[in-house]
Structures are given as C-alpha cells and as structure tokens.
Design a protein around this ligand. Structure first.
Ligand code: CAA
Length: 378
C-alpha cells in the first residue's frame, strides 16, 4: 500500500492550486450576482483541465482520474461553482463520449470539448425523473433517419452556457429502461429552448436551467452506442460523476477548514487566540479527521477507476461521505468564525451554502446508500 502522490500528481495539484488563487478575484460578486465565470472557464481550457482525462489524440491532457480529482479538490477549495462546471463537463459529457462515442462523434464533439473550446451539459433529470432516473418522459421517436425529440429537462448544470448536450430520452416505452437512448444535441437546434436560470442557494455562479425540446430532429448518427443503451450509459456516467462530486465536496470542506484554522490562530478571546481554547481545538481535530477520511475515500475511488476495476460502490461511498463532511464541517467553520462567519467577506457562509448541493445532485445521499447497499447485498 502506497499513500504518496507521484511527482506528476503533485505537479498537477500545484498547478490547480495556483490557478485557484486567481478564482478569488470577484468571487463574492459572482456569487451575489450569479455571474458565470467565463474567463476562468476559458483559462481552465488553456490549462488542460477541461479535457484532463481525454487522450492527447483527441485534444485532452491524457491524465488519470486521480489527477482530475486533485484538480477539482483544489478548485473547489476556493470556488465550488467553477468546480461543478468542470465536473459536469468532464465527468458527465466528455467521459461518455470518449468511452462510447464513434470516431466521427469524437472528432466532431469530443475534440472541441476536450480543448475547452466548447462546453458540455448532461440532460437526464426531468420534473418527474430525479432520483427515479429511468422514468423518462422526454421522447425520442424513431423516424428512420432521425429521432424526433420532445420533452423537458430540469436542473441542468451548464444548461445556458453549454454548446453540446447529451440528452437522455425514451424511444420505446414498452421496453422500460431498455428503450432509453442518449442523443447528442447542439445548442441552436430548431425547437431547442433554454428556460430561465434557477436562482439557487449555492454554487450560484454556475448556471442551472430547464431545457425544452419541441420536435427537434436529431440525426441518427448522434445517438451514442446501440439502440436502448441510454439508461446504462447514464448510470455508468453517474458512477464516474460521483467521484467528481466527491472531489468537489472534499474541496469545499477542506477550503472551509483552511479558513477556520487560519482564523482560529488570529482571533483572540479571553486574552488568547481561540485556537488555544479546547472547545475550538476539538472542532479542528474533528475537521482534520473527517476531511482526511473523505479524501482517502475519494482518492481510493479514483484509483479504483484508474485500475480498471468496478468502482460504482467506491464512488457512491466517497460521494456520500465527502458530501456529508462538507455540510457538517462548513457549518463548523462558520461557527468557529462566530459573527464574522455569517458575513460574505469571510467566505465560509458561501462554502456552507455551496456544500448543500453535494448531498443532492448526481444522486441524493439516500441514492448513494441505495447503490452501496445493493452492492453489499449482492
Ligand atoms: N452501471 C451499469 N449499469 C447499471 C448501473 C451502473 N452503475 N446501475 C444500474 N444499471 C443497470 C442495471 O444492471 C439494470 O440493467 P438490466 O435490466 O440489464 O439488468 C438497469 O440499469 C436498471 O437498473 P435498476 O433496476 O437498478 O434501476 P433503477 O430504476 O432501480 O435505478 C438508481 C437505480 C440507482 C436509483 C438510479 O435510478 C439512480 O442512480 N438514480 C439517481 C439519478 C441521479 O443521480 N441523477 C442525477 C442527475 S445528473 C446531475 O445531478 C448532474 C448535475 O447537476 C451536476
């Protein structure tokens, strides 16, 4: 067993940490005004983060899942919104295109996505298909040369700013989940409407929209995989996506911890820094333990995927634990800051708001427990 990162992984982590410092500029304003971080997404493309796991022949950086997780953790420490933009793009769009796309699909869609020239979004959730993902009401009627796409999607990350969407839709309802397909849909397709931006509690500078499809003609060559592969594609995609969200949650928790630790050494009460009070020391100790446990689970899930081993349970365990630690420990970080923690300038209240979504998207904590229990009981 070896817990030391390779030199290459340390370099990637250092590069991501350096870039993340730039994200501090304007972060309170982006959060308050729900402004998308365009210039930083562009920079993430230039640094290779937008196609970090894609082979170099398709315009990516050719790195592994652990490298991806390290980059996400560093970025999420500062800006959880930038982290989810990166995570949805890489885990939910790029990964599936690289794994299951045809050569033509890779050349046309994967290459610009991996280079960061285009942004991706994954459209699975619907008003009545959140946790129950196979209950798809969006239809992709087989019309011979094309699919006729109709329906509504909800809560789509990168929904307004993406160029390329992977849309999950039902083609043969009588086959249940085996009748579902995944289609590549481009922004600007006739019949494609982007709904208003959601006004969210956290991750406010990432954009979340509903999407409406009205009689969109999607060419047959835009289906990924065999007819009926869409649900399995979505499930496999989410297995990897959960590692990304675990890394985001880990970063949020670790970012809040860094701030709380530094503050505890500066802030004085009763004549000494609050870090000298046992009440604060106990909190810091719990943060150190719980965040390190979340880190180990997250890195292990990434490592398991990189070994080519089954990783669905590991991903769900990492996501479940890291998201619960993020929520609990960002609340503690606010508590350590006292009244200052409740105002925006100290950043921990934002991280606390950002943490909540990690217990909800890419499967609620309850769904992660279901996935873990099914594996355990197999
Ligand atoms: N990998 C491969 N195949 C899988 C799989 C996996 N991880 N999980 C299930 N399948 C297959 C099963 O083997 C089964 O196939 P067969 O019929 O051929 O045997 C088929 O899929 C159906 O499986 P289930 O009966 O287990 O499916 P289910 O309807 O009971 O659902 C579930 C299982 C785990 C609850 C699933 O619906 C789920 O993960 N729900 C949560 C959805 C979710 O995470 N949504 C997030 C939206 S995206 C998002 O949030 C992005 C963002 O904003 C950033």
């Amino acid at each position: 067993m070896h817990f030391e990162l390779s030199e290459e992984h340390k370099i990637i982590r250092a590069a991501a940490r350096e870039f993340a410092q730039e994200l501090k500029v304007g972060i309170i304003e982006r959060d308050e005004e729900a402004k998308f971080p365009y210039q930083f997404v562009k920079k993430m493309g230039e640094l290779g983060f937008m196609g970090i796991m894609v082979p170099e022949q398709y315009g990516g950086a050719g790195l592994d899942t652990l490298a991806y997780v390290l980059a996400l953790e560093e970025i999420a420490k500062i800006d959880a919104s930038a982290a989810v933009i990166l995570s949805a793009h890489n885990s939910l769009v790029i990964w599936g295109l690289n794994e299951y796309g045809s050569e033509e699909q890779k050349q046309k869609y994967l290459v610009p996505l991996a280079k960061g020239e285009k942004l991706g979004a994954f459209a699975l959730s619907e008003p009545e298909a959140g946790s129950d993902a196979s209950s798809q009401h969006t239809t992709a009627e087989d019309k011979g040369d094309y699919y006729l796409l109709n329906g509504t999607k909800n809560w789509i990350t990168n929904g307004g700013n993406a160029d390329i969407y992977l849309v999950i839709a039902q083609t043969n309802p009588e086959l249940g989940h085996k009748g579902i397909n995944v289609l590549i849909v481009e922004k600007g397709a006739t019949g494609f409407t982007i709904g208003p931006k959601e006004n969210k509690l956290g991750i406010r500078s990432s954009d979340t929209h509903s999407l409406m499809f009205t009689d969109i003609q999607v060419p047959k060559e835009n289906r990924i995989g065999e007819d009926g592969f869409g649900f399995k594609f979505a499930m496999k995609t989410l297995d990897g996506g959960r590692i990304g969200i675990a890394a985001q949650a880990l970063g949020i928790a670790a970012g809040a911890y860094d701030l709380a630790l530094a503050y505890s050494k500066e802030r004085k009460t009763f004549g000494k820094p609050i870090s000298n009070h046992q009440a604060i020391q106990f909190k810091l100790a719990d943060m150190e333990v719980e965040i390190e446990a979340a880190r180990l689970l997250t890195y292990k899930a990434a490592w398991t995927k990189d070994q080519g081993l089954p990783y669905g349970k590991e991903a769900a365990m990492a996501k479940l634990h890291a998201s619960e630690v993020a929520m609990k420990q960002t609340i503690e970080a606010v508590q350590i800051h006292g009244g200052y923690g409740y105002v925006k300038e100290y950043h921990v209240e934002r991280l606390m708001r950002d943490a909540k979504i990690t217990q909800i998207y890419e499967g609620t904590s309850e769904i992660q427990r279901l996935v873990i229990a099914r594996e355990v009981l197999k």
